[in-house]
Design a protein around this ligand. Structure first.
Ligand code: FES
Length: 136
């Protein structure tokens, strides 16, 4: 039995399948609130190894922490303010990018390109020895 025969036996045609698929997935995602507090990251922990390389980044506690190509540590809230999708750090462009609709945020979380209309929360990152302290 091929896919078309299977769907036909279920009583679903292509239009029905699209409608069925959208019933739970076509609404906007909620945007998790940006966390507040103080966190530490151990740079000797293998889970944080990508932070040892310029351009590397990790996610922790709803925050994305990155090392810029210039070697500075930065952190902003992890979820795009448009629809809550996890953003990435783009070292070459030195910005944060949302893969869902293309919003771009600066290293301080300000909006460079929409459709997002609210900035990301920026956190302070200080490095002491092999420890990063993230506060915000
Ligand atoms: S969810 Fe990020 S731009 Fe739409």
């Amino acid at each position: 039995m091929d896919r078309k025969e299977f769907l036909s036996q279920l009583g679903l045609d292509t239009a029905g399948l699209v409608l069925f698929g959208c019933m739970g997935g076509c609404k906007k995602d909620t945007v998790p609130a940006a966390p507040s507090g103080t966190w530490t990251l151990d740079l000797t922990n293998s889970a944080n190894a990508s932070l040892l390389t310029p351009g590397g980044y990790v996610y922790t506690n709803g925050i994305i922490v990155a090392q810029t190509k210039a070697g500075n540590y930065i952190a902003v809230s992890q979820y795009c303010t448009h629809e809550g999708v996890t953003i990435t750090f783009e070292a070459a462009a030195n910005d944060f990018y949302c893969p869902r609709h293309g919003s771009v945020f600066s290293t301080t979380g300000t909006i460079t390109t929409g459709p997002a209309s609210s900035p990301l929360k920026q956190y302070t990152v200080t490095k002491t020895g092999n420890t990063l302290v993230i506060t915000g």
